[in-house]
Design a protein around this ligand. Structure first.
Ligand code: FAD
Length: 478
């Protein structure tokens, strides 16, 4: 039951961050036990600097906050600016002595939170943080020699699965009394999360951005897709992955709820749980490598001869490379804010290996376009693709976008969905239109260079050049 009381002062602040939900929210539960709660959200853009949310994330968070505010009976107070200043001011205004939040793991947030906790403690205000978003805290999983893991399989098998099991989701709140700060809170629209242009309108039709939407998505996945997941997770045209990543990032659902819902399905959940394990691994890497977003985990890559070619980068970003599987992926990203994992690997490999453009360009573009943009997952995945990460794909593994399409999109359904200009071109030429005889292209209404681009690069030659460049650094000191 939700109550509101604006006649007396609140006892506690609960600070929503990447936990935009009411269920299984340990920090919110604890705040509620302290008494009347002032629930707040702060747009931290000015503080986040380079790591401020990208465009698609801002669209997501706008809609998620709107939904959360409704669930809170309109009592969510919103602010923009430095969290320390805002929280200290609220504590002073309302003589609040307790502040609660769930932990975030971005290095800038960690530093800031530690500082804030210290400052509040000095003012006799208790600041308490909880684990709301990871199955295992990154510092609790260590190798026998007490160093962090660098390879996924032992991290997951020996580390996570031998550690105490993740906490059981906390039971829902029975009663919560809320306070709204009408003096300082600003309107959601004033946070300016939505861009001026119409690109976001298409994205939001793809998702139900709310806690209820996350649970609906989980229920759909458990009922219809989990049984297919082991093999089906590689087929981008099939609805056999969960599409829970943005909900997990922003916390409309907790990973604990997802983990235990999967385990309840028995053994077939194993491959899916393992992927949740990759998420844990990314956070483990970020925790021990705060510069994961910018710095090669293998220093020998620091001298890699990346090309500098703004035109090729723009063609990749816009899905105009002339390689259908790559372009389809980049169009999916732009239209939906999401890209299937198999295709993320294909477009990523094409950028860093065939085009030989620095992986950080890819990381930045994904950061801006993905609704699930996540500092740990995105940085670790790009380092993995580039071969410079801790547990990286071997440098000589270059995904061939033509054979990948033949294998994982054999009927061309995924490509046709995202590249309607090739709708009448059937496999096998759909995968490599440059090899199609002129009469086939003509019958399909495809004019290379006019209705669809010529390939910007020769796949075979660029692969060989990449291998030669990678071979040069292979022998360099690690
Ligand atoms: P499912 O297959 O249903 O998996 C369930 C959950 O497990 C996901 O929601 C995600 O939280 C986690 N997960 C699955 N695969 C991975 C993985 N390889 N690494 C880490 N966690 C994983 N994931 C993000 O959440 N944010 C990102 O910014 C991101 N950037 C990526 C960039 C590149 C170049 C690549 C190759 C992968 C990236 N991933 C990222 C990982 C992965 O592609 C997505 O998590 C997945 O596609 C999300 O779809 P899903 O929820 O349907 O996944």
């Amino acid at each position: 039951m939700m109550k509101m009381d604006n006649t007396t002062s609140p006892q506690a602040i609960f600070w929503f961050r990447q936990d935009l939900r009411l269920k299984d929210n340990p920090g919110l539960n604890a705040a509620t036990q302290a008494g009347m709660v002032l629930p707040i959200y702060i747009d931290e853009t000015p503080e986040a600097g380079q790591e401020a949310m990208g465009g698609a994330s801002r669209v997501w968070v706008h809609h998620s906050l709107s939904s959360l505010n409704k669930s809170l009976g309109g009592n969510l107070s919103l602010y923009r600016g430095r969290a320390e200043t805002i929280i200290k001011k609220l504590c002073e205004t309302y003589t609040i002595k307790q502040v609660f939040w769930n932990r975030c793991y971005e290095p800038w947030r960690k530093t800031r939170d530690t500082h804030l906790k210290k400052q509040l403690t000095e003012r006799s205000i208790t600041a308490t943080s909880f684990n709301g978003s990871l199955l295992w805290e990154p510092w609790t999983i260590r190798k026998p020699d007490d160093t962090p893991y660098r390879v996924f399989t032992p991290f997951y098998q020996k580390g996570c699965l031998n550690a105490p099991p993740p906490r059981i989701p906390v039971t829902a709140l029975k009663t919560i009394t809320l306070f709204k700060d009408t003096r300082h809170s600003i309107e959601l629209d004033a946070l300016g999360f939505l861009p001026g242009h119409r690109w976001q309108e298409k994205i939001i039709t793809q998702w139900t951005i709310s806690e209820a939407g996350a649970h609906k998505q989980l229920a759909y996945f458990m009922k219809n897709s989990l049984a297919h997941y082991k093999k089906g997770r590689d087929l981008p045209a099939k609805p056999w992955v969960s599409r829970l990543s943005p909900y997990l990032h922003f916390g409309e659902i907790s990973v604990h709820q997802v983990w235990y819902a999967a385990l309840a399905q028995g053994l077939m959940a194993e491959p899916f749980c393992r992927e949740l394990g990759w998420r844990e691994f990314s956070y483990h890497l970020l925790y021990s490598n705060p510069n994961l977003r910018t710095k090669n985990l293998q220093p020998k890559f620091d001298d890699f001869p990346w090309r500098d070619d703004p035109d090729d980068l723009a063609a990749w970003q816009q899905g105009l490379t002339g390689i259908p599987m790559v372009d389809a992926g980049m169009h999916e990203l732009w239209a939906t804010g999401y890209m299937h994992n198999r295709v993320r690997m294909i477009v990523g490999s094409f950028l860093v290996k065939n085009l030989r453009l620095d992986w950080r360009h890819g990381e930045r573009w994904f950061w801006d376009c993905l609704v699930d943009a996540d500092l740990a997952n995105n940085s670790a995945s790009w380092q993995w693709i580039a071969g410079c990460g801790a547990d990286a794909a071997p440098y000589f593994r270059v995904f061939n976008p033509v054979t990948q399409a033949q294998k994982f999109d054999p009927d061309g359904v995924y490509i046709h969905t995202h590249l309607p200009e090739l709708a009448n071109l059937a496999p096998p030429y759909l995968f490599a239109p440059w090899d199609a005889p002129p009469q086939i292209l003509q019958a399909a209404g495809v004019m290379l260079g006019t209705t669809y681009p010529h390939p910007i690069i020769d796949l075979k030659k660029s692969r060989e050049e990449a291998l030669a460049a990678f071979a040069e650094i292979k022998t360099a000191a690690p």
